[in-house]
Design a protein around this ligand. Sequence first.
Ligand SMILES: [Zn+2]
Length: 295
Amino acid sequence: MSYERLEQCPICGKEEFKNFLVVTDNAVSKESFVIVECENCTFKFTNPRPDQGSIGQYYESEDYISHSNTKTGIINRAYHVVRSITTKQKVELINRHSPAKGAVLDYGCGTGVFLSACKKDGWEVRGIEPNGRAREEAAKETGESIAQNLEEIAGEKFEVITLWHVLEHIHTINETLEELIKLLQEEGTLIIAVPNADSHDAQQYKADWAAYDVPRHLYHFTQPTMKRLLKRHKMKLQEVLPMKFDAYYVSMLSEKHKEGKTKMLSSVVNGYKSNSYAEKNGNDYSSLIFVAKRK
Ligand SMILES: [Zn+2]
């Protein structure tokens, strides 16, 4: 096991942080991790964190369902119903920003569900997925070969690049964003979805908030910090959209952390509360989609 400590804030480069919260990895290791907050720009990140060579073992769990297609258990069943709805919404979103369609790159495509829907809708699709098992499933799902890393698709250009709950997992966040932006067509659209650490469910569940998901989530974005990151990369924000189902899903997982079992009623109530809060308080939904283009 090997950890690394960031000495500089990945967004603003300043070196002063305060401890924000200590969170336990409930899904896999049961280890605790510190989330720090930058004194200058308020960016929150897991620090220290397992380095790139060590992080793999924190993904080795059957509970980590973003990489699997099992349909057992009530949470997984709900997840699959919701996924078919949200996949459709994601395809509608890219069509709205790129009506002529073209090529879409999904960075961290998981098992390829989104790409498969894009392909059926008439898009050329490209996926990158570092996890071998997920990559094989994605290749089957899409009928396309899936790349393991960015080097494998050098020189290609895309109308749309998407990162659905992926950016918070990337050690080399600035380098990877820079590489991805180079692959965008001049008028291309970058779409980044991440959990929102300013949401009502985050504030309510605190260390039990499932979307902290340490140490797999290295960063814990908010609207101001994501805007600052996009600015650093000379990207102009077009719109911020909610992912309303995430409030229920994250509340369900958070209740399980907190109470040791699935509590459906509280999850539904708290998911609803989170979405109502966001409607009245500056769009601070449980998860947000940031849509950006070059300046
Ligand atoms: Zn900072």
